[in-house]
Design a protein around this ligand. Structure first.
Ligand SMILES: Nc1nc2c(ncn2[C@@H]2O[C@H](COP(=O)(O)OP(=O)(O)OP(=O)(O)O)[C@@H](O)[C@H]2O)c(=O)[nH]1
Ligand SMILES: [Mg+2]
Length: 290
């Protein structure tokens, strides 16, 4: 299996109705807010950026945060920071569960709103919309800024279904929004990447394809050693189709008749990746991405 062969599989077309509504609601709420805080996934900052949000919400000052930086390769994150800076955008890499100096951050955002001339005409809290694709960590960020667990979070896409305002003590109101994926992804590899990152529901994507894509990526990134140590997969041996089989045998995932259980192996390797057991892995680099 190669990237080109993976790309021959059809896209799932996952775009639930609540996301269409959420996109419209975001447009409607736009006039109410002073600042946008857009979350990307640090492990694939471009592929996790919704181009439709980028186009539609251009008018407001914007902060860009690359979240889940704890799971990304720090050296690649530095390359990304330089890439965005060269494009005239500043991106900060964060772990929104452990954000430090919340007060300082909010003051910085206040400064940005005021220097951009979008301070409200009359005294009212400053309003910030938090947006990004599903499961990228928006509600986690809102909770961290609020210092209480106000918004529901969860390890699956589509947890937040409606806009939710949260008032902070420091003169801010945050708008937590539902994650929105866009209907036209680049290709199947893009969908598999977003599935690995947890942004597209597992129920609609073939786990074995996602797992094979992950193995190919790790091979491309030179992370075969980690794959061999953690999963017993030797990417220099045999065809990629056999890698899941190697993993199934190593973990003793066997069906009746001692057949390897490839589906179970795929789900397990995906979980290893998401839980960080395969190391700090960035699925996308500034140049030469899949
Ligand atoms: N490792 C890591 N996990 C994070 C980070 N931020 C959030 N998470 C986890 O990611 C999952 C999704 O977080 P949410 O805050 O619910 O994501 P969301 O963007 O609000 O998702 P939707 O409401 O579905 O759009 C949760 O399991 C969080 O604990 C982070 O910086 N690092
Ligand atoms: Mg949420």
């Amino acid at each position: 299996m190669t990237y080109a062969e993976l790309n021959k599989y059809p896209l799932s077309g996952w775009f639930p109705g609540h996301m269409l509504r959420a996109g419209k609601q975001m447009q409607e709420s736009l006039r109410l807010v002073d600042l946008l805080v857009e979350l990307l996934d640090a492990r694939a900052p471009l592929s996790s950026r919704n181009p439709e949000l980028l186009e539609g919400l251009r008018q407001k000052p914007r902060i860009l945060l690359a979240n889940k930086a704890d799971l990304a390769d720090a050296a690649v994150s530095r390359q990304w920071a330089a890439y965005f800076a060269a494009a005239g955008e500043s991106v900060t890499f964060v772990d929104s569960r452990r954000l430090g100096n919340v007060r300082g951050l909010l003051q910085e955002w206040r400064g940005l709103i005021e220097s951009g001339g979008s301070r409200p005409a009359f005294a009212r809290p400053l309003r910030i919309m938090v947006l990004g694709i599903p499961n990228v960590g928006k509600s986690t960020l809102v909770n961290r800024l609020h210092r209480r667990n106000k918004a529901q979070v969860g390890p699956k896409p589509g947890v937040t279904r409606q806009n939710q305002w949260v008032s902070l003590d420091d003169g801010f109101e945050l708008l937590d929004t539902p994650g929105v994926i866009w209907p036209r992804l680049r290709d199947k590899c893009h969908e598999l990447m977003l599935n690995l990152l947890g942004n597209i529901r597992d129920e609609v994507v073939e786990a074995q394809l996602s797992a094979q894509f992950l193995c190919l990526k790790m091979q491309e990134l030179g992370a075969q050693k980690r794959l061999a140590e953690q999963c017993g997969i030797e990417t220099n041996q045999g065809r990629p189709e056999l890698w899941l089989e190697q993993y199934a045998r190593k973990r003793n995932f066997l069906l009746q008749g001692a057949e390897p259980d490839l589906e179970r192996a795929a789900l397990a390797i995906i979980k290893d990746f998401r839980d960080g057991r395969l190391g700090h892995i960035s699925l996308e680099k500034p140049l030469g991405a899949c």
